[in-house]
Design a protein around this ligand. Structure first.
Ligand code: FDA
Length: 303
């Protein structure tokens, strides 16, 4: 109840107050902030994936502007020799307004990254976007098999089937590349698993499917239980370090992150930045009021 109350009240609190907790999870407003954070992470043997904040847009001119910014981000991060890649949300490029325009913008970004030998990950948004985001990935994979990847959400009942379809689509010798996460949006029970342990079990089944079929996977979680189970699966199936990495969000569970890096596993941190930090923070909170408990904690615990 308290979580819900806090989540609903936050959008009405002063921006400065919200920034106090958000700055733990967001690199900053400017591109240079994201570069600074990335350099620090790189110096601790952590790769990054850069995300420009912003989601659903109302006008296609915003999609064009977002594309231009992403092209600049790619140029700048590559010029600064940051060890990282890029993540984006299709709704920022007009997925819900015009699918073909959205596809063309993302294609341009992926082509630009590919020209530099880099990589773009398509984030997975709420369930209304899943089919379209899978289609975008499949189309881009045909043209840029080494430069694009997608996110899969273990809480969706459909995910196992989607993964099998991907394998049938790309064949055994593939360069498919997924980030596997639990899923952040609030979805109906008819299409998603709700129970925490049930989501974990499906996460591990999906992970084992990916690892045993030699599909590259970003193991994206801060859940220590899943991290330890992932270690067991990697050992059990003797998975090469070339076929997986761990991924975490900026500012969350840094000690678990350090432990994974010290064990010699590849780690990548998702670094969000941009002017849209305020609406991003408050929307995330409304979607997942459980996060409010971490925010309350951030008010009291420093560092
Ligand atoms: P869980 O939520 O159980 O958290 C495990 C532990 O982590 C908690 O007990 C707590 O200690 C800590 N923790 C979690 N959240 C915290 C917070 N905000 N502050 C402080 N501590 C916190 N989802 C999606 O739908 N589409 C996507 O594209 C992505 N992309 C993505 C990229 C990356 C790199 C990550 C790590 C995650 C995503 N997600 C996502 C989000 C994901 O689906 C999921 O909601 C979160 O990772 C939380 O799930 P965990 O597996 O971490 O477990």
């Amino acid at each position: 109840m308290i979580n819900k109350l806090v989540a609903n009240t936050l959008p009405h609190m002063p921006k400065k107050l919200i920034w106090l907790f958000s700055k733990r999870y967001i690199a900053g407003v400017e591109m240079k902030d994201a570069i600074n954070v990335s350099e620090k992470l790189n110096s601790n043997k952590v790769k990054v994936t850069i995300d420009l904040l912003g989601e659903f847009i109302k006008d296609l001119s915003e999609a064009e502007a977002n594309k231009i910014t992403y092209l600049q981000i790619i140029d700048e991060f590559i010029a600064q020799k940051i060890d990282g890649n890029f993540s984006l949300k299709p709704s920022m490029f007009g997925l819900l307004l015009d699918k073909e325009i959205c596809f063309n913008h993302i294609r341009e970004i992926v082509a630009h990254a590919a020209k530099h030998g880099s990589f773009v990950r398509i984030d997975m948004e709420d369930s209304q976007c899943v089919d379209d985001e899978i289609n975008i990935y499949k189309r881009l994979y045909k043209e840029f098999p080494n430069n694009v990847g997608l996110v899969m959400q273990a809480y969706l009942r459909r995910t196992k089937n989607d993964l099998q379809n991907f394998l049938d689509f790309a064949g055994e010798e593939n360069t498919l590349n997924f980030r596997l996460c639990k899923g952040i949006y609030i979805e109906p029970k008819s299409i998603s698993f709700k129970d925490r342990q049930e989501v974990r079990e499906h996460y591990l089944e999906d992970l084992e499917f990916l690892l045993t079929n030699k599909i590259y996977v970003g193991i994206a979680t801060h859940d220590k239980y899943l991290v330890e189970k992932a270690f067991e699966l990697i050992e059990k199936h003797n998975i090469s370090k070339e076929k997986y990495e761990f991924q975490m969000l900026y500012g969350i569970t840094p000690s678990l992150r350090k432990m994974i890096v010290e064990k010699g596993h590849k780690m990548r941190v998702y670094v969000p930045y941009g002017e849209e930090w305020f609406s991003y923070s408050t929307r995330r909170l409304k979607e997942n009021p459980k996060m409010a408990q971490h925010i309350i904690k951030a008010f009291f615990v420093r560092g």
